[in-house]
Design a protein around this ligand. Structure first.
Ligand SMILES: NC(=O)c1ccc[n+]([C@@H]2O[C@H](COP(=O)([O-])OP(=O)(O)OC[C@H]3O[C@@H](n4cnc5c(N)ncnc54)[C@H](O)[C@@H]3O)[C@@H](O)[C@H]2O)c1
Ligand SMILES: [Zn+2]
Ligand SMILES: [Zn+2]
Length: 361
């Protein structure tokens, strides 16, 4: 029997989100229904609401979640009812050309549920990043569920479902940060601060946090930044060079998604260094760079989708580090709120003092 539950949708571009009844079908073959316990509010949810991703309104928002599997459909073997899982938005297919090349974190054919969740009048909902988790129960592809230690707190580990994994992986997986490296991170929201925490975890020795908000820089310090730069009053490229012997950082992570911050990242890296773009740009944004600089600086200009993570490999590992006190996921949970507070959480995102508001159900 389909179930009717409460969920948060964005009905139209720019319109405030609404808490409405959502119809969740029983899981079909390869699908699972998950009772959501916690879901973080990510900037990408706001991008959806602002029409910055696509026009497939109405969206069922939320995608950074942990919960308990309630039911599974035919043929599902990797998870079972009662399993505590983190949801991921890149369930690898195992069969596309990236998977067959042994690089499943690039999978070009990731899976979502086949059936649609709807409004009570039958209108199909587009779940954010194929998840949709600001809702009491959600329907996903079973491969989007990664089983982890049930003793971990849902509000904290749910963040691994998107922003924290994206940031950690941008530094560690995509950027390949290693012991002794210098790293600069531009934009210290949930994603950027996770990149900082990741750089510390793997032993980077100089970790420079850049933001326009001093409160974010304070949090960055607590998570592992060795230096902070407020780029409102200081040229970040000059500052990063000055802190790295005049050279620039080995790896610069751009976690804002804007042309000016991407250019800063480009010029703030050392020769043969790596720039990682993890911030998501909008379709209209452009950068202009001298080709001679692209050539002459060498190194790599990379993008990071979901921190190039492999949920089955990375989620349990990060939950272990969290449980051992070696990766402070709790520091990312600034506040716990209810399903009705998503719009207020969007406003706080602009207010500056919040790494993550987490909806707890
Ligand atoms: N690539 C991925 O897989 C992935 C996954 C999740 C999120 N993201 C993207 O990462 C970006 C950051 O997400 P978030 O949730 O941390 O957002 P956020 O709003 O919490 O953080 C953004 C930070 O950037 C800072 N900032 C804004 N303008 C700046 C500037 N000009 N210079 C320096 N800092 C500036 C803000 O003060 C804020 O601290 C977004 O674009 C989001 O869509 C990407
Ligand atoms: Zn694949
Ligand atoms: Zn996200």
């Amino acid at each position: 029997m389909p179930q009717t539950v409460q969920g948060v949708i964005a009905r139209a571009k720019g319109a405030p989100v609404e808490l409405v009844d959502v119809v969740v079908p029983d899981p079909g073959p390869g699908e699972a229904v998950v009772k959501v316990e916690a879901c973080g509010v990510c900037h990408t949810d706001l991008h959806y609401r602002e029409g910055g991703i696509n026009d497939d309104f109405p969206f069922l928002l939320g995608h950074e979640a942990a919960g308990v599997v309630e039911t599974v459909g035919e043929g599902v073997t990797q998870v079972a009812p009662g399993d505590f899982v983190i949801l991921n938005w890149r369930a690898v297919c195992g069969q596309c050309r990236a998977c067959l090349k042994g690089k499943p974190w690039y999978c070009f054919n990731t899976h979502n549920a086949t059936q649609k969740m709807t409004l009570t009048d039958g209108t199909e909902l587009s779940p954010a990043l194929g998840i949709g988790a600001f809702v009491e129960k959600t329907l996903v592809a079973a491969g989007q569920c990664t089983k982890v230690d049930p003793d971990a707190e849902a509000a904290a580990v749910g963040l691994l479902g998107c922003g924290v994994m994206a940031g950690f992986g941008a530094a560690v997986n995509t950027g390949g940060v290693q012991r002794g490296d210098s790293v600069a991170v531009i934009g210290c929201g949930g994603v950027g601060n996770a990149a900082i925490a990741g750089a510390r975890t793997v032993g980077a020795t100089t970790i420079i946090a850049v933001d326009v908000d001093d409160r974010k820089l304070e949090r960055a310090k607590a998570l592992g930044a060795t230096h902070t730069v407020n780029s409102k009053d200081t040229d970040p490229v000059e500052a990063i060079r000055a802190l790295t012997g005049g050279h620039g950082a080995d790896v610069v992570v751009e976690a804002v998604g804007r042309p000016e911050t991407y250019e800063q990242a480009f010029y703030a890296r050392d020769l043969a260094g790596t720039v990682v773009l993890v911030g998501v740009p909008t379709p209209d944004q452009q950068v202009t760079l001298p080709m001679i600089e692209i050539f002459g600086r060498g190194g790599a200009l990379k993008s990071s989708w979901y921190g190039d993570c492999l949920p089955s490999r990375d989620f349990p590992m990060l939950v272990d580090l969290y449980r051992q006190g070696r990766f402070d996921l709790d520091a990312f949970v600034t506040e716990k709120v209810g399903l009705g507070d998503v719009e207020a959480a969007f406003e706080k995102m602009h207010g500056g003092d919040v790494l993550r508001s987490v909806v707890v159900l």
